[in-house]
Every structure is written in C-alpha cells, then in structure tokens.
Design a protein around this ligand. Sequence first.
Ligand SMILES: N[C@@H](CCC(=O)N[C@@H](CS)C(=O)NCC(=O)O)C(=O)O
Length: 231
Amino acid sequence: MTITLYQFATSPFTEKVRRALNYKGLAFDVHDVDRMKARSGGYAEVSESGKFPAIVHDGAVVLDSTEIIYHLEGASPEPALVPADARDAALAHAIEEWADESLYFYEMTMRLTWEHNLEAALDEFAKSLPGVPKPQLKELIRTATSEIVTAQGIGRKSRTRIIADVTRHLDMLENLLAGRDWLVGDHVSFADLAVIGQLNALLYAEEARAAADGKQAIAAWIARLDEIAPK
Ligand SMILES: N[C@@H](CCC(=O)N[C@@H](CS)C(=O)NCC(=O)O)C(=O)O
C-alpha cells in the first residue's frame, strides 16, 4: 500500500489525517503543498477544490479529511476509528462537524487574524509560501483569513465575545471528557482526532491557552491521544 499525503503542515484537518494514519500504523509520504501553486490550479489532479488535505492511495485520489478517514477505515479497518455502534457513529459525526465547522473558524480568527498570535505561527506557515518575505507573509495571511472569517461571521464578533465563546467551547469539551477517556463510547474515534486538530490550532492563541488552563480532563486526553495517535 502506497500513500502520499498532500498537506499544509499547519492545517488542523491535516493533523486529523496524520493522526488517523499513525493510529492505524499506515506508512505514508508527505508532500508539502505550495499555497501559491495550489491557488493557480497547480494541484488540480490531486485537489479539484484547491483545498487540502488530500491523499493518493495506490493511485486513487481521496480529498477532504472526512472522506479520507472513511476511506482509510475501509482499506484498513483495524484498529477502528469509526464507532461500530450506529448511534456512537452518529455522535462522532456530530462532534466532528462541531470541530470542523465551528472550532475551525475560532482558530482561524484567533491564530491568524490577531496579530500577536499570528507572529507565533508565522514560521510554520512560511513553509507553504516559500520565498515570501516575512512582513509580506504576515499581511497576506491576515488579510486572506480576515476575509474568510468576516464572511463566515465570527470575524465580525468582538474579541471579548470570541474569548467568551471559546471559553464556553472548552468548558463543554472538559465536561464531555470528565470521567472518561474518549469523546464517544469506550474507544478513540475520528471525533477525538477532529477535535484535537482544531484544539491544537486554537492553542496557538494566548487567550485560548488561558481558557484551557487547569482543565485536567482535556490535558489528560491530549496526552492519551499523543501516545496512541501521534501527530
Ligand atoms: N472540509 C475540508 C476542509 C479543508 C480545508 O479547509 N483546508 C484549508 C486549510 S486548513 C485549505 O486547504 N485552504 C486553502 C483554500 O481554501 O484555498 C477537510 O476536512 O479536509
């Protein structure tokens, strides 16, 4: 089995996929995507949308982290990431959507449009924009991300409101994990991988780190995941 992962290294969706591959013990090569090339259709054969991650598995292209997880589950069912119980699978699906479609926009806003946080993420982003000088890079990322989060809506909230929202999200995550090892049922699932990807991106923001401080169930869960499904 030959798998190549096309990725933006800093993407929470990519982290989800890397953890899934590692959990399943599948070897893979990594291709770091150049954002400029992707924008001009340079990876059309791998990603028709220009979004990543995508994998090429024995010549077959699979695009989108969710599709990739289900594909890997079909190709290599054990150890499983999709819960066997139908209700648990539905719950994992709902939690993944919470991570991908809600937490994602908070991490984009706080990590990539709040200048003091963007500074810390800049070196890693530079990898996907080779040759762009740092000050220009910062402006490019901030402007492009602002457009997205403003259109989506979270970018139009006040910073105070955003921090309050994230604090609530993290309180709820702590509640979900209290007294249990995993988000759904008794086993790790793709829900855990989706949430930790977004959480790690969010924790670039000092305000999110402050909100997570002292949350012991979350800290223990991160350590468990890093052990069995490293990024
Ligand atoms: N639903 C997709 C989302 C992937 C996604 O939004 N990736 C971002 C990076 S975090 C991307 O490729 N952005 C480039 C663009 O929109 O042009 C998945 O789960 O893979």
